[in-house]
Design a protein around this ligand. Structure first.
Ligand SMILES: C[S@@+](CC[C@H](N)C(=O)[O-])C[C@H]1O[C@@H](n2cnc3c(N)ncnc32)[C@H](O)[C@@H]1O
Length: 195
């Protein structure tokens, strides 16, 4: 059911959804590999879509972790509310993460980790910059930002620009092993804000 909803959203708003199918469990696990969410104080998810990453985040966060998600599409937000009624969700743009943290009582500059499901390679340069700048403002020194990319999208200029932007914005950017069985095949960027 969620896959049908996802495809419908993709047909209506391809540059907002940016994917033809929900992320696989393998990609969700690769996204969260090496992150200590159990002892994190604050975690934010960008663009949860149908909730593939949400499911893994909810499993891993600790009892004291503050966690909320930001989803711009009303359709996808409804899907998340249905599937995860206990997850705190803001129907908004990830570019507004700073004011949303304030609303949640999370001090900007104190977020341990941002898990992003956003299709950055489908975004224009200005939007990529706006969202990344906002992400960096809310992360704590040494905080982590993880996001995925499709190999195929990286052949395009926007995909290559996004990689350069990550390298200019973060102290450290690592590329994970590929998740070949994801549709389409993908990998993860693991970024660290300067400490
Ligand atoms: C590639 S899909 C999510 C994939 C997700 N991992 C899944 O399996 O469903 C990207 C999601 O980001 C959302 N999105 C796009 N632009 C956004 C923005 N500026 N702020 C928040 N969410 C956004 C889309 O509505 C969509 O649900």
């Amino acid at each position: 059911m969620t896959t049908a909803r996802f495809i419908r959203e993709f047909m209506t708003r391809p540059n907002v959804v940016g994917a033809v199918a929900p992320s696989s469990r393998g990609l969700a696990r690769r996204m969260l590999e090496g992150l200590d969410l159990g002892s994190a104080k604050a975690v934010v998810e960008f663009g949860p879509g149908t909730g593939s990453f949400t499911q893994e985040i909810v499993r891993r966060i600790g009892p004291g972790t503050r966690y909320f998600a930001i989803e711009r599409s009303p359709e996808m937000a409804a899907a998340i509310r249905e599937r995860f009624p206990r997850v705190k969700l803001h129907e908004d743009s990830a570019g507004n993460v700073e004011s949303l943290c304030q609303r949640e009582g999370i001090e900007p500059g104190s977020v341990d980790c941002i898990v992003s499901g956003l299709p950055f390679a489908a975004f224009p340069d200005g939007l990529q910059r706006e969202i990344l700048a906002a992400a960096i403002r809310v992360l704590k020194p040494g905080g982590r930002f993880v996001t995925f990319a499709y190999y195929i999208a990286n052949l395009k200029r926007a995909g290559r620009n996004f990689r350069r932007l990550l390298e200019d914005s973060f102290d450290e950017v690592q590329t994970s092993r590929g998740v070949i069985l994801n549709v389409p095949p993908a990998f993860v960027y693991r970024c660290r804000k300067a400490g």
